[in-house]
Design a binder for this molecule. Structure first.
Ligand code: CA
Length: 521
C-alpha cells in the first residue's frame, strides 16, 4: 500500500481534482498537514477514559483532553506493537521495521543506528521542519531532526537535565510540564513558520516509578479503584515463563515504587510538599501491618493512585498542545496522534510492566484527529500497529514510503475505508532475556481471535495457544487440544508465512545476546 503522491492528494483533499493528477501539482499546493505526534511511555489503554473507566464509583473522567482526540477523531481499539518494550517500540516507529531489521532488540545493550532511513528524515528531506522533545531512549543521538531536546536515558520526573542539540540543559520543575513547555516554545518561536512541521512530543510519564506532579498528589485521594479479576492469578493453565516472571505487584514492587521512599532529585521545597502528603499516609499504612492479600490490595490502590495522577499531567499536556494549535489557527491542518510505546498491566494477572504478547502489553492506545479526513467519533477495530506509523505519517505528507518498510499506511483506514486486503494476522517478537522482570524470549502470531505463542529458549521451550473468544483473559492455553487442531494448524502455517515474509532469522542474531552486568556492552 505504498501510494504515489498524486493518488494520496486526489483522495485526501476533495478540492484537488480527482483522476490523473498533473505531475506539476506540487505537494505544497495541497497544503500538506502538520503532524503533532504526542507519545507517552507505558500508558495503558485501560487508563484512558475514552477506552473505559476504571473506578468502581463509575466514570472517572481521567483524561478529558486525550478523550477529545477520540471525540474529534478516530479511536483504534486494536493497535498492537511488534516488541512490547520502550526502545524497540521507538525504533520500530522511526523505521517502520521490526527489531530484527532495525537492529534495536532490547533496552539493555542495543544502540540505535541513526544512519538508517527514518520517517523524520524523509519528512525533513521533503521540506518539513522536524523536532522531537522529551524521551528518546535509543542511546545514540537523534538524527533527522532540525531541533531536538531529549531526556538522557529514562530521564527523571523532577528537575530533569535534558540534552538540547547535543548540549546539556538543566530544567527545574515537573518533567511532563517541562517537555510540554519546550514543545510549545518550539511551535511558537523555534520553527520556520512557512514550512509544514513534524513535532514529536514524547513524554517520560507514566513510566515507573510513577511520580506525580505535586499539584496532583491528592487527585485520587479516597478513590477505590476496581481490582482486576486476575489480580490474584496463580498462572495455572500456562507455562513456566508465566510462573517465573518477576513483575508482580505482590513481590516485585519496591518501596520507591510504592512511595514509601521519596524520589531523589527533589528540591527542598518539593520534598517538603511530597513528605507532607505521603508521610502521614505511609504512617497509617505501616501501623496497619497488612499482610497477604490485604497488602497486595493496598499496593494495587497506591499504584493506581500514583499512576493515574501521572497521567493527569500527560492529559494536561495534550490539552495545552491542542489549545495552542487552535489559537494559532493550525488546528484544521494538523494531524494529531496520541499513542504509547506499548501497553501496560494495571494489576491484570497480578502484574505491572509489559513485555508479553498478552493483551494488555501487546495493545497500545492510538487516537488520531485529522480534521477533514477522519470522521469525528469514529472507532476502528482493525489489526493496526506501531509498525504502520511511519508509513502513515509519510503518506499524510505526500511522501512515498520506501518499499523496505514493513507496515502499511493507515491512510485509508483513517478515511473510513479499510482496504479489503488489510492484515488479519500479526507477528510479535520479544527478546530481552535475561533482563529486568524475567520475561522469557518469545514470538507468536496474533489474529482477532487467537494467539499462538512460542517460548523458545533452550531451558524454557514450549508452545501455547489462546482462544480470546472463549478465554478473553488468556488464562488457559489450549495448545495441543483436539478441538483446536485445525485452528492450531492454520496458525502454525500463518506464523511460518509471516516469519518468512518479514525475514525473521531462524536463530537470534548475536546483537540480541544480553551480556551480564559488568561486561563491556
Ligand atoms: Ca515503555
Amino acid at each position: 500500500m505504498k501510494w504515489p503522491v498524486f493518488c494520496f492528494l486526489a483522495i485526501g483533499f476533495g478540492a484537488v481534482s480527482a483522476g490523473p493528477a498533473p505531475m506539476a501539482l506540487s505537494a505544497e499546493a495541497a497544503q500538506r498537514p502538520n503532524i503533532v505526534f504526542i507519545f507517552a511511555d507505558d500508558h495503558a489503554y485501560q487508563a484512558i477514559s475514552a477506552y473505559g473507566a476504571l473506578s468502581k464509583q463509575g466514570a472517572l473522567n481521567q483524561t478529558p483532553n486525550i478523550d477529545r482526540l477520540a471525540r474529534e477523531g478516530m479511536r483504534f481499539d486494536r493497535c498492537v506493537v511488534t516488541n512490547s518494550i520502550c526502545g524497540p517500540s521507538r525504533a520500530c516507529i522511526l523505521t517502520g521495521k521490526y527489531s530484527h531489521i532495525n537492529g534495536f532488540y532490547n533496552n539493555t545493550n542495543n544502540r540505535f543506528d541513526g544512519s538508517q532511513i527514518t520517517f523524520p528524515k524523509l519528512l525533513q528531506a521533503a521540506g518539513y521542519q522536524t523536532a522531537i522533545v522529551g524521551k528518546w531512549h535509543l542511546v545514540s543521538e537523534p538524527t533527522g531532526f532540525d531541533y531536538w531536546e531529549i531526556l538522557p536515558g529514562q530521564g527523571q520526573y523532577y528537575n530533569p537535565p535534558m540534552i538540547r542539540d547535543g548540549k546539556r540543559v538543566q530544567h527545574t520543575g515537573y518533567t511532563t510540564e517541562v517537555i510540554t513547555e519546550q514543545a510549545l516554545a518550539w511551535l511558537k518561536d523555534g520553527r520556520d513558520q512557512d514550512k509544514p512541521f513534524l513535532l514529536m512530543c514524547h513524554h517520560k510519564a507514566p513510566h515507573r516509578e510513577w511520580e506525580p506532579n505535586l499539584k496532583h498528589l491528592d487527585k485520587f485521594e479516597g478513590h477505590e479503584f476496581a481490582e482486576p479479576e486476575t489480580l490474584f492469578d496463580d498462572y495455572s493453565g500456562r507455562g513456566v515463563a508465566e510462573r517465573t516472571q518477576d513483575m508482580t505487584i505482590a513481590r516485585t514492587m519496591t518501596d520507591r515504587d510504592l512511595k514509601l521512599v521519596a524520589p531523589r532529585a527533589l528540591t527542598a521545597d518539593q520534598r517538603a510538599k511530597w513528605d507532607a502528603y505521603y508521610d502521614p499516609r505511609n504512617e497509617k499504612f505501616r501501623a496497619a501491618k497488612l499482610t497477604g492479600r490485604d497488602l497486595v490490595r493496598w499496593k494495587y490502590q497506591r499504584y493506581l493512585h500514583d499512576y493515574l495522577a501521572c497521567i493527569a499531567s500527560v492529559d494536561e499536556s495534550v490539552g495545552r498542545l491542542l489549545d495552542y494549535l487552535k489559537q494559532a489557527g493550525l488546528e484544521d491542518n494538523t494531524l494529531v496522534v496520541y499513542s504509547s510505546d506499548q501497553g501496560f498491566y494495571l494489576g491484570e494477572h497480578g502484574w505491572f510492566d509489559k513485555r508479553w504478547i498478552f493483551e494488555e502489553s501487546l495493545r497500545t492506545p492510538l487516537l488520531v484527529r485529522w480534521p477533514g479526513v477522519v470522521k469525528p467519533g469514529s472507532v476502528n477495530g482493525d489489526l493496526v500497529s506501531n509498525l504502520d506509523f511511519a508509513e502513515t505519517f509519510l503518506e499524510a505528507a505526500g511522501v512515498d514510503a520506501p518499499q523496505e518498510m514493513q507496515g502499511d499506511s493507515l491512510g485509508q483506514i483513517l478515511r473510513g475505508q479499510t482496504p479489503g486486503d488489510w492484515r488479519k494476522s500479526f507477528y510479535y517478537h520479544y527478546y530481552e532475556y535475561p533482563g529486568p522482570h524475567h520475561v522469557r524470549r518469545h514470538y507468536g502470531v496474533v489474529t482477532d481471535r487467537y494467539k499462538l505463542v512460542h517460548f523458545y529458549e533452550p531451558d524454557v521451550n514450549y508452545w501455547e495457544l489462546f482462544d480470546r473468544q472463549s478465554d478473553p483473559q488468556e488464562l488457559k492455553s489450549v495448545y495441543g487440544q483436539a478441538d483446536y487442531a485445525d485452528a492450531q494448524k492454520e496458525l502454525e502455517h500463518e506464523l511460518a508465512r509471516l516469519r518468512k515474509e518479514l525475514k525473521v532469522p531462524e536463530v537470534d542474531p548475536p546483537e540480541t545476546v544480553i551480556k551480564p552486568r559488568g561486561q563491556k556492552k
